[in-house]
Write a protein that binds this ligand. Structure first.
Ligand code: R5P
Length: 273
């Protein structure tokens, strides 16, 4: 890796620990105004300084995040389909490399849909993006999106992650699954996990802990943080697992205590002083 690539990559995956807490708020690019992300500025504001990096589209970045923020940006640059459209896998590259540079992106993110109707197109998108990223020293995060008919098992996810790495992705995002260690072992670049649909907080913390135990380098988590009733408490609990190796019980206690403190402060505003 040249200096620029290495420098940007170190803003995404912490070089000392090899871990990361990426906050995903890119869901609107195909889902529209998802629950609790209807107003991205409001959702992002309390979490921005608690995330190691923020994953989002240029539209939400420009409209909803202060340009004075120091949180590294993972710019989603694939899209072109919607939840009500023909096929979710029909994606193209929607943001130019020049725009990514202007926006000071530390990383580019793009989905691949292995086994889907548009597999070839999405793998071509990834190859093209890696070529562009290499020119300017910007790493690429490949998102292994799963079609409705695809099983989220180690065989399939391992296939998708390995293909992403072979095509040059610098980091890969996938889902945790049974035998996840095999997925990580078969992928020569760091693997991070998506949180997926909203779970009870304790379950989401367990998922985080299990994924790290099985070799994940961290999380790219969205709904399980900002759809929680206490997103700040939740991101702190996730951070503590990823960066401080605390147990799930300890992390859940941290979540509960921070949530209680918040509710006490709401009831008695004078307690803030
Ligand atoms: C999905 O395509 C998006 O890229 C999300 O960034 C990703 O799924 C992570 O978010 P969540 O933890 O909500 O699944």
């Amino acid at each position: 890796m040249d200096w620029g690539m290495k420098n940007r990559f170190s803003r995404i995956i912490k070089p000392d620990s090899g871990r990361c807490v990426m906050l995903a708020v890119d869901h609107g690019y195909f889902l529209g105004p998802t629950e609790r992300l209807e107003n991205p500025r409001e959702t992002i504001r309390p979490l921005l300084n608690l995330a190691d990096s923020l994953m989002l589209t240029r539209g939400v970045l420009r409209s909803s995040v202060s340009a004075e923020s120091n949180t590294p940006i993972v710019l989603r640059v694939s899209g072109g389909s919607s939840i009500v459209g023909e096929d979710l896998s029909k994606e193209t590259i929607i943001t130019s490399i020049e725009e990514a540079i202007r926006l000071n992106a530390s990383c580019l993110a793009l989905s691949i849909f292995v086994g889907s109707k548009y597999e070839y197109q999405t793998l071509k998108n990834l190859s093209k993006l890696v070529n562009e990223g290499e020119k300017y020293g910007i790493p690429v995060l490949a998102v292994t999106a799963v079609g409705k008919e695809m099983a989220r098992d180690a065989r399939y996810l391992g296939l998708a992650c390995r293909i992403a790495a072979e095509l040059g992705a610098h980091v890969v995002k996938t889902y945790h699954c049974l035998d996840f260690r095999k997925v990580v072992d078969g992928c020569p670049v760091p693997v991070i996990i998506a949180g997926g649909k909203k779970l009870a907080e304790r379950e989401a913390l367990q998922l985080t802990s299990d994924a790290l135990r099985d070799g994940a380098s961290g999380v790219d988590m969205g709904r399980n943080i900002w759809q929680s009733d206490n997103p700040v408490a939740m991101i702190n609990a996730v951070r503590a697992i990823v960066h401080e190796n605390i147990t799930v019980n300890q992390a859940y206690d941290l979540y509960l205590n921070m949530s209680k403190m918040k509710s006490a402060m709401r009831k008695s505003p004078s307690a803030r002083t």
